[in-house]
Design a protein around this ligand. Structure first.
Ligand code: URA
Ligand code: URA
Length: 200
């Protein structure tokens, strides 16, 4: 079965590579589709590709990505076990926040990825994907650290964006970084409960 999912994600990614639905297509080097385990029960969604991602075609491989990898490793999750994607698949010029029309144009791709992956938990990283998924203007500081019911039995769990943590490196009790280390433990506990045999 897993071969089927891989094949469909692969077909989808080849289609996405030709996407010209929004003006971000003009400035991109590559479409950063997403990567990871096609059977993942955990999906991480960031904002959009940065410079290194645009160059390599892979999500979260620059400085923020290295921190995300460390956050996962702190609870024994390997990057390859989960799936990692973004709310927009092409780099916004100068890393500006994607516009609403850009996110709307790109949503079909992520929606299709979610339909194929059928994750149990979507971890949204930072304000942009969190506010998109939860259709709210409330901020990440209010929304992070708890599960929000979404669609089709999927739970959305917002966490701070790793780029924000790079700008706020304090690990003091109550700091965003400290809260993130607690948040990823919450995710790990919940996913172990929902899916006792990882990768099954
Ligand atoms: N920041 C994001 O939101 N996504 C990436 O893929 C890299 C950095
Ligand atoms: N703003 C964001 O977009 N994300 C954070 O994690 C914090 C502030």
């Amino acid at each position: 079965m897993s071969g089927t999912f891989e094949l469909s994600l692969d077909v989808l990614s080849r289609k996405a590579a030709e996407c010209r639905r929004c003006p971000l297509a003009d400035g991109r080097r590559t479409v950063v589709f997403g990567e990871g385990n096609p059977r993942a029960s955990l999906l991480f969604v960031g904002e959009g590709p940065g410079e290194v991602e645009d160059e390599t075609g892979r999500p979260f491989v620059g400085p923020a990505g290295q921190l995300l990898t460390q956050i996962l490793a702190s609870v024994g999750i390997q990057r390859e076990e989960v799936y990692i994607a973004n709310i927009v698949k092409c780099r916004p010029p100068g890393n500006r926040v994607p516009t609403r029309p850009e996110m709307e144009a790109c949503w079909d791709w992520l929606a299709a990825q979610i339909a194929l992956l059928r994750p149990r938990i979507v971890v949204t990283l930072g304000n942009v994907p969190t506010q998109w998924f939860l259709a709210t203007t409330e901020g990440i500081a209010q929304l992070r650290g708890r599960f929000h019911r979404w669609r089709g039995g999927i739970e959305v769990f917002p966490m701070y964006h790793p780029s924000y943590l790079l700008r706020n490196p304090s690990k003091a009790k109550g700091s965003p970084k400290h809260q993130t280390w607690l948040d990823i433990q919450t995710v790990k506990e919940r996913i172990s409960l929902l899916c006792p045999t990882p990768g099954a």
